[in-house]
Write a protein that binds this ligand. Structure first.
Ligand SMILES: [Mg+2]
Length: 364
């Protein structure tokens, strides 16, 4: 069996909210690249390489890495995923977003060849239904509350309030959302590193605890692990690393040093399904909680994230696997999202296929 061709398709998908904003950037578009790995029996495996500048991967940079890395794949046996991914790590350091697109495409191809869902390559499904957490992008407290109501009306029960490093304004956001959704729905916050002072972060999170916050994501800069540990010790809620957990090595440090209570795992950030599975095992071994963080992008990315989440029975909290629902258009179909719950499919591969209007070929 051989890889005959690798095609890279640009994926630029508008969001419904043109003013989508978080603490590090504003963007009304979801940007990335679709990797299609073709074999000599007419099958295609698909993966998505997301463009996330805050993890060091600008759009054209991801394309450059994909061009270089996928040259290695032509003529190779696609069943040898471990060998191929190990080789890519030797050829190029970092560039996890590009490697994740390739890793996911290889797993999709393997699973389609075997006629099984991707989760069966990782131990099979432990979970078939996923309560999903939705992001509330930064706006005025009143507008964030309005967005929360709209999502709650669609069945969403877990929300992530994006905040931007200003104690009083951020507390006002949390207060407004809690007042709107009532006491029973679940709230989290994500500062995306925006608290430059550990004391301000602790002050903000202590005040927010009055509104019952389940977890606080990445309050301080990703390189300030001492500060992150101080916040973890002082804050009343679970503190989770996201940007600080930008590689498998870094996950190891966060767990070994007990810097945080929890880690947000993302296949794009960690370099694909294999590395993310390994990161989850490191967390479990070290007594640190883990879940699948924001898989922001098309249904293709969420499909891979859900397949891995299905095989990780230790996930402690709602995953972020339905941001595709906030896109104005998507090139993929196959996932079922009902009343805020995403359902695992038994379709082969990652469970989604390109729509007939999508700019990429369909697999056999
Ligand atoms: Mg985050």
């Amino acid at each position: 069996m051989k890889i005959t061709e690798v095609r890279i398709h640009e994926s630029l998908l508008p969001k419904q909210d043109k003013d989508w904003k978080f603490a590090l950037a504003a963007s009304g578009m979801s940007e990335g690249w679709v990797v299609g790995i073709h074999d000599d029996e007419g099958r295609i495996g698909y993966g998505y390489a997301s463009t996330m500048s805050h993890y060091g991967a600008p759009h054209q940079g991801v394309k450059g890495a994909l061009d270089r890395l996928t040259k290695i794949l032509a003529g190779r046996d696609p069943r040898c995923i471990a060998t191929l991914m190990d080789e890519l790590d030797h050829v190029m350091v970092g560039n996890n977003q590009a490697k994740s697109g390739i890793d996911c495409a290889l797993h999709d191809l393997q699973a389609r060849r075997l006629g099984v869902p991707v989760c069966e390559l990782f131990g099979g499904p432990a979970t078939r239904e996923f309560a999903t957490l939705r992001i509330l992008p930064i706006k005025s407290p009143a507008d964030m509350a309005k967005n929360a109501r709209m999502l709650a009306n669609k069945g969403v029960k877990h929300f992530k309030i994006k905040i931007h490093g200003h104690v009083e304004e951020d507390v006002a956001r949390v207060k407004a959302v809690r007042a709107e959704v009532g006491p029973d729905l679940h709230l989290t916050v994500d500062a995306n590193q925006s608290y430059k002072s550990v004391k301000d972060a602790i002050r903000a999170l202590t005040k927010m605890a009055d509104y019952n916050i389940d977890l606080a994501e990445q309050p301080v800069p990703s390189n300030d692990l001492i500060g992150l540990k101080e916040v973890t010790r002082a804050a009343p809620m679970i503190v989770e690393a996201d940007e600080a957990a930008y590689s498998l090595d870094q996950v190891m440090i966060l767990v070994r040093e007990r810097i945080v209570d929890a880690i947000s795992l993302k296949i794009s950030k960690l370099g694909g399904l294999r590395k993310t599975y390994a990161a989850a095992q490191i967390c479990a071994a070290g007594g640190v909680r883990f879940r699948m963080g924001a898989h922001s992008g098309p249904m293709l990315l969420a499909a891979h994230g859900m397949q891995l989440a299905a095989a990780l029975p230790g996930i402690w909290y709602a995953n972020e696997l339905s941001e595709f629902d906030g896109l104005a258009e998507d090139h993929w179909e196959g996932l079922r999202l009902d009343n805020g719950v995403l359902h695992l499919t038994d379709a082969p591969g990652c469970g989604v296929t390109p729509k007939s209007t999508a700019p990429m070929p369909r697999s056999k």
